[in-house]
Design a protein around this ligand. Structure first.
Ligand code: ADP
Ligand code: MG
Length: 307
């Protein structure tokens, strides 16, 4: 199959309004009155962000969702995306078909459609680049730089589950039930970004970031962009029961430095409740510190780094 056969067979059925059936040079993205367009891109690569043996539909979902978490963290509702593929010769038609079905499923779940992309062959590992577009009411994008002294720090979901799943795939020894093992492995393969929370987020948050490299590392981005110090109370960090079962006494420190969560950490006024947990506060100073049992805990490696 050449690239045009691949595009028309597997990807054209996913094209949305403005994508012209993936038959034009470019797509059209209609403006939405009263809104700003929020744009983000993220690439996932075999061997770094997923395993070659992962189910192709789940790889597709991960490629989309690592972008949807960025949009959600900015308070934006997702609308559409571009898809750029570098395919090694080992990719089969069955693989492409399953990959496209994963995209179709998430398009349905999140109300998004495909606008275009690029398809090329490569000798290197399979690489999937997605550029996602979303809309936020004009002027309401939540930046990293808005945190102020006296606010609370909140996080959605549970922290570290994906890191636990990755540890299991890397054959770390454990005594988990099959159910707990599958839960953590599933979080690594298919992240669960809080996409529907975006609208509430832009109404309450002053600063926000998606957790892709690790809670402490990503809060560090809010800290430096806002010029504040962030204190995380270890006891309040939400950890799932399977993750506690996997990592025991090490669970907190490993969870707050594990990557690939795709949840949202944000600052907002004190005392809010909703689909999130309060885990700390914003004070004067710089950096991020973790306290537990009344002591500051040293964090030798705050998160994942590519280089
Ligand atoms: P060009 O000749 O400009 O390079 P392409 O042949 O790369 O155009 O692409 C033809 C059409 O197919 C364009 O509309 C492009 O957006 C779309 N397209 C190519 N690859 C993909 C893909 N992986 N996913 C979605 N659309 C794609
Ligand atoms: Mg092209």
């Amino acid at each position: 199959m050449n690239e045009f056969d691949i595009i028309s067979r597997y990807f054209a059925p996913l094209a949305g309004e403005g994508g012209f059936g993936l038959k034009d040079d470019a797509a059209l993205l209609p403006a939405r009155a009263g809104h700003d367009l929020v744009v983000t891109t993220d690439t996932i690569s075999e061997g770094t962000d997923f395993f070659a043996f992962d189910p192709p539909d789940m790889i597709a979902q991960k490629a989309l969702r690592v972008n949807l978490s960025d949009l959600a963290a900015k308070g934006a509702q997702p609308a559409c995306y571009l898809l750029s593929l570098t395919l090694p010769p080992t990719v089969t038609q069955d693989w492409l078909s399953a990959f496209a079905s994963g995209l179709a499923r998430d398009q349905e779940t999140f109300g998004i459609s495909l606008l275009g992309g690029d398809t090329g062959a490569g000798e290197g590992p399979l690489s999937i680049a997605v550029t996602a577009f979303g809309f936020v009411p004009h002027g309401k994008m939540v930046k990293r730089s808005g945190a102020r002294v006296g606010e609370a720090v909140y996080v959605t979901g549970t922290v570290g589950d994906s890191g636990g799943g990755l540890a299991i795939f890397k054959r770390e020894k454990h005594t988990l039930s099959d159910q707990d093992r599958d839960y953590l492995a599933g979080r690594y393969r298919v992240p669960q970004p809080p996409v529907s929370f975006a609208a509430e987020l832009h109404a309450i948050a002053r600063a926000s970031v998606d957790i892709s490299d690790g809670l402490i590392a990503d809060l560090g981005h809010i800290s430096s962009a806002s010029g504040v110090r962030i204190v995380v109370e270890g006891e309040k960090v939400p950890l799932s029961a399977p993750l506690r079962a996997l990592w025991g006494a090490e669970a907190l420190l490993r969870a707050v430095t594990a990557g690939d969560d795709y949840q949202i950490a944000f600052t907002a006024p004190l005392g809010l409740s909703g689909p999130f947990a309060e885990i700390g506060w914003v004070e004067q100073g710089a950096g991020v510190s973790l306290v537990a049992g009344g002591h500051e805990i040293a964090v030798p490696r705050p998160g994942y780094k590519h280089f």
